[in-house]
Write a protein that binds this ligand. Structure first.
Ligand SMILES: [Zn+2]
Length: 123
């Protein structure tokens, strides 16, 4: 491990923390991301919570649609939904399968997978 110092992109405070020896301190984006992980300001906490929401929504989408074009479209919608630029998006994957992403009043985003099964007999 080695010690590095980085400035938080949100509050500007400088923090010194440990990273693995292999950590590339020349990569400023990496350094900035790593600093945000260590800062305790509200903005960096909110940022981490949002990242976590983004990751869990991606996992949720992959649970049902991994490798399918539906996953690509749905994942592209995560950020606009979290930012409130899209209030709700529903993807109809056919055969009664739907995926809905929408803004959440309590959290960042809500995802819902539904399968509608219907049977009908006309004789
Ligand atoms: Zn900060």
């Amino acid at each position: 491990m080695k010690q590095i110092t980085g400035g938080c992109r949100f509050c500007g405070q400088f923090l010194t923390f440990e990273v693995p020896d292999s950590f590339d301190t020349e990569d400023l984006n990496l350094l900035s991301d790593e600093t945000v992980k260590h800062c305790t300001c509200n903005e960096s906490r909110d940022f981490r919570a949002m990242q976590s929401a983004r990751n869990s929504t991606e996992d949720y989408i992959d649970r049902y649609f991994q490798g399918s074009p539906v996953a690509g479209v749905a994942k592209a919608a995560i950020t606009p939904v979290i930012n409130g630029d899209i209030e709700r998006i529903t993807i109809d994957a056919g055969l009664g399968v739907k995926l809905e992403l929408k803004t959440s009043s309590k959290k960042f985003i809500k995802a819902r997978y539904t399968v509608t099964k219907q049977t009908e007999l006309e004789s």
